[in-house]
Design a protein. Structure first.
Length: 96
């Protein structure tokens, strides 16, 4: 339930009610730190990039280059790519 300055609403006895003048402040800050450990047992090239999206959420991207490249070249991920392409909308091109 959200109680706004525009009216009163009934609540359930099990509800928690939080009052604030800036509800947007509840969506940012106070988040726990994020630790990402990459254990590279394959001696592959690994890069990490951290950014923040428009809503303030942290994005951590880990790329394991050589392993991914080798898997794609060998066809290891073909089944996953087939499933992904079936889920996407829009034009599909099938080859014989």
């Amino acid at each position: 339930m959200i109680l706004s300055p525009h009216g009163v609403f009934s609540t359930d006895p099990e509800d928690y009610i939080i009052a604030t003048k800036r509800p947007e402040s509840l969506m940012s800050g106070g988040a726990a730190s994020v630790y990402v450990n990459v254990i590279n047992n394959s001696n592959a090239d690994v890069t990490a990039h951290e950014s923040t999206d428009e809503n303030g959420a942290r994005i951590v991207e880990i790329t394991i280059d050589r392993v991914v490249q080798n898997g794609m070249a060998s066809g290891k991920y073909d089944g996953a790519f087939d499933i992904m392409s079936q889920r996407r909308g829009g034009k599909r091109v099938y080859s014989p």
